[in-house]
Each structure stands twice: as structure tokens, then as C-alpha cells.
Design a protein around this ligand. Structure first.
Ligand SMILES: [Zn+2]
Length: 87
């Protein structure tokens, strides 16, 4: 039984995808950041997504300027769903 709420709480892949832009923009709360990084260490799929996302944001110049626009976010979530369905 695991009822502890702590930074060790497992973050779901879905939750991670929702936070990935904030992670890359470094606006994540420290607690979420730790949970995020713990998840990525155990989840190569999410690690791939983050790398893709980093590329997308860098290409769009989004990392240093505006937050990710809704369009790019939708594409990310679409890519993530494809990844899940493909395994
Ligand atoms: Zn994951």
C-alpha cells in the first residue's frame, strides 16, 4: 500500500506531458520538477518526448520567449498519444 504524498509520488505520463513545456521553460515548482525528473529516469518514452519538445521549442524560439502556443501543445499531446498507442 502506498499512500505517502511526497516528491516520490509517481507522476503519470499524461501529467508529465502537461508539464513538459513548463519544465523546459523552467517555471515548474521545485516539487513538480523533482517528480518530473524521477519519472523521466524510469520512462524512456517520456524522455524521448522531452527531447522532441525541446527541439520544437528551440526551433520556434519558444524557450526564451513566449510560452508554447496552443497549436504546438496540441501537436505534442497528439504525438504522445501516438507513442502510447504504438506500444
Ligand atoms: Zn512516462
Amino acid at each position: 500500500m502506498r499512500h505517502r504524498r511526497s516528491v516520490n509520488d509517481e507522476m503519470s505520463c499524461k501529467e508529465l506531458v502537461e508539464l513538459v513545456t513548463r519544465y523546459l521553460e523552467q517555471t515548474l515548482r521545485p516539487t513538480d520538477r523533482v517528480r518530473f525528473e524521477v519519472h523521466v529516469q524510469d520512462c524512456s518514452g517520456c524522455a524521448e518526448i522531452i527531447e522532441q519538445m525541446r527541439g520544437t521549442l528551440t526551433a520556434a524560439g519558444g524557450l526564451t520567449k513566449e510560452p508554447l502556443d496552443a497549436d504546438a501543445r496540441a501537436r505534442l499531446i497528439g504525438a504522445f498519444r501516438e507513442w502510447r498507442n504504438g506500444r
